[in-house]
Structure formats: structure tokens, C-alpha cells
Design a protein around this ligand. Sequence first.
Ligand SMILES: [Zn+2]
Length: 92
Amino acid sequence: MCPECHSVEHEVVELAGTGTVYSYAILHHPQHPAFSYPVVAVLVDLDEGIRVVSNLVGVEPPEVRIGAPVRVMFQATADGLTVPVFEPAGPT
Ligand SMILES: [Zn+2]
């Protein structure tokens, strides 16, 4: 949704899949069997200026840093779908 006018109109564009951690939260509860805990829920500012909600993987929760560079990867889900998550793209 557009943060300025709340429009839900959209278009498809290709993105580099790189960005930086804007903020994050370490989730311990409530737990769902589809996830390994703790889950690092992250807000990523993509290089193109879009902010997305995702999970950060491949990093221990104490090592997560605001401003850290990340890149997208695609993770299979239990029901055969694929979702975008992020992994560190440099020193944390
Ligand atoms: Zn707008």
C-alpha cells in the first residue's frame, strides 16, 4: 500500500534483491510448527526504495544489526511453495 495516498494499485518490476536491515524483532512466541525458533522478523529497505517484511536467515539473532546489508534468497515451504527471505550480504 502506498504510504502517501494508501492506494493499492500496483505494477510488476524486477528488483535486485539487495538492501539493508531497517529494523527487526526476534520472535519466540507464539510458535508454529512450520518455523524454527527464534525467528528473526525483519524490515528490509530494498535498494530501489521499497520496504518489505520478511525473515532473516543464516545469522544468529545476537548478530543482527540495523543497517546490515542483506540479499534475497528463496526458501521452499512445507506445502511446496517458495517464499522470499533474506540472508546477510556482508559482515554483520
Ligand atoms: Zn500514492
